[in-house]
Design a protein around this ligand. Sequence first.
Ligand code: 5RP
Length: 223
Amino acid sequence: MTQDELKALVGQAALKYVVPGEIVGVGTGSTVNKFIDALATMKDQIKGAVSSSEASTVRLKALGIPVFDSNEVESLSVYIDGADEIDHQGHMVKGGGAALTREKIVAAQSKQFVCIADESKLVDALGAFPLPVEVIPMATARVMRQFAAMGASAVVRLKDGQPLVTDNGQHIVDVMGLKITDPVAFESQVSQWPGVVTVGVFAHQKAQVCLLGTSEGVKTLSF
Ligand code: 5RP
């Protein structure tokens, strides 16, 4: 099966976690796009969605799924999202699609995080995928120096030759050369650096379930 087919498989499998009559939290990315397409088949059974990015909002609305502001909703039963890496405890690296801040907000207001991913995303230790960190532009150089002091290297993510601007008007640095042995401590530490909006380690908002697309079908990992 191709990676695209594996993504479609887990996107479809995630439907069983959607609670009829409720609002569902929706992440961002190519795997989530498959989920959104599948969700459209049961749109009459749900109230709508809270979305984690402008891109997902556009797709949801185009398929006729109402999108609620996160401030209108106190809590969500479930949040469905992809990951760039997930370890065997459900900790993740996210933000490859630059939506990490809103993803963390919607994850935090959800009782259950269901990660949907193809098997290439499962790792023993986080850090091989460049770690996305959303930063306020005036802090970029300082944050990059702090990562350099940890022995890592960071680059500003570009789009069309210019720093990419997130949905929140900020920039992203991608950090290479990290081995994140204690994701909870790492997330807490980097989150406190001045100018860091969001670090792409999701350890406090980890997944409770991962639907992993494999050549043998969908494997369900529970954490
Ligand atoms: C976006 C994310 C995505 O969940 C992550 O990048 C995985 O994306 P894809 O499903 O396209 O592989 O964190 O900010």
